[in-house]
Design a protein around this ligand. Structure first.
Ligand SMILES: [Ca+2]
Ligand SMILES: [Ca+2]
Length: 337
């Protein structure tokens, strides 16, 4: 009997959480690879025939990709006032320049904001730089860039657009600051809870937009799929299939594609989060079939483990390796985490 414990085929329990796509923690300047880039300047390159001229003091707008949660915009980055239209998730916008305004804690560790050149922001609204991907490529962690250092400082532009008047320090406390956290609406998106305000730590899947950045961040299901296989010369036989440590009442689906004796089975995790699945499905699997276990729960990123059963691996005496995938809320097609 050949045993496999865990999801990744290497016995490692999949309990880690990938770094957030919207919170990065590096001060190191970085360059992106494989993404569109208009060159930076301090000097902009202007092509005239085959001659390049360098115009010091101006800069082309730089395209930046918003992360998967989107970002609010403000007229004044120093106290996050004058809220504008939100930048939608996974959207490219042109960025004119960056300003250093660390007074709002969610802008840290780098403390920079981007001035958004694209309409409808038109070079007067700002968004926190660390909400953008800044050269990190979706699906290719680690996500480490909080700021794209190719974006010029607004102070270096020869003809900067009107900039907000710096008002260092926390947002002014108004009479409508009912929860006493020092931030008034509309910047405080929930003025009845002092733990919710810009700069507060975002706690995934608690039903609150803790940092007022545009919504509650989905949590990630960290359940374990435990599987044991018995290998023969012609097929594989499941001798153990369990889900452990799932959220109570999580939905569990078992799918089989290819040469299968079933297509789909559904069940629900018990109160303990442990659920035996072997009783629900035929145990014998032939080559050229794929077994998949999906664990989902409301407002959480689902966990998927996929096993491809291949003839050449069976002949070599190799059991299937579990491929770990993610299923974001509202989607049906698993993707790389
Ligand atoms: Ca408040
Ligand atoms: Ca939250």
């Amino acid at each position: 009997m050949v045993k496999q414990r865990g999801d990744g085929g290497d016995g490692t329990l999949m309990r880690g959480q990938a770094p957030s796509a919207t919170r990065r923690h590096s001060r190191r300047p970085g360059r992106r690879a494989g993404l569109p880039r208009l060159r930076r300047a301090g000097a902009a390159l202007i092509a005239v025939g085959s001659v390049l001229l360098v115009a010091a003091g101006s800069a082309a707008a730089i395209p930046e990709l918003e992360s998967s949660t989107g970002a609010n915009t403000f007229l004044n980055p120093y106290n996050a006032s004058g809220m504008g239209q939100k930048i939608a998730a996974d959207t490219w916008v042109d960025v004119a320049c960056k300003v250093y305004a660390p007074q709002i804690r969610s802008a840290n560790p780098d403390g920079y904001w981007y001035r958004i050149a694209s309409p409808p922001w038109n070079n007067v609204y700002y968004a926190v730089a660390n909400t953008f991907r800044n050269g990190d490529i979706p699906g290719h962690p680690p996500y480490i860039h909080s700021t794209d250092w190719a974006v010029p400082d607004c102070s270096t532009l020869s003809a900067p657009a009107p900039s907000p008047t710096p008002t260092p320090g926390p947002a002014p406390v108004g009479p409508s600051d009912r929860d006493g956290d020092g931030v008034s609406p509309p910047v405080d998106c929930l003025d009845t809870n002092s733990s919710v305000h810009p700069g507060a730590p975002e706690i995934p899947a608690n039903g609150l937009d803790d940092d007022c950045a545009g919504g509650d961040r989905p949590g990630k299901i960290l359940a374990l799929v435990a599987v044991n296989w018995k290998l023969t010369q012609s097929h594989l036989r499941l001798v153990r299939l369990r889900v452990e440590d799932a959220p109570p009442s999580a939905q569990i689906a078992i799918l089989c594609r290819g040469k299968c004796r079933f297509r789909t089975r559904h069940t629900q995790a018990g109160a303990t989060g442990h659920t035996a699945l072997l009783r629900l499905i035929p145990r014998r699997f032939r080559p050229r079939s794929t077994l998949e276990v999906r664990i989902t729960a409301p407002n959480m990123i689902g966990k998927v483990v996929r096993y491809r059963i291949l003839r050449h691996r069976i002949r070599r005496g190799q059991i299937p390796l579990g491929q770990r995938l993610c299923l974001p809320p509202g989607t049906t097609r698993p993707r790389r985490c």
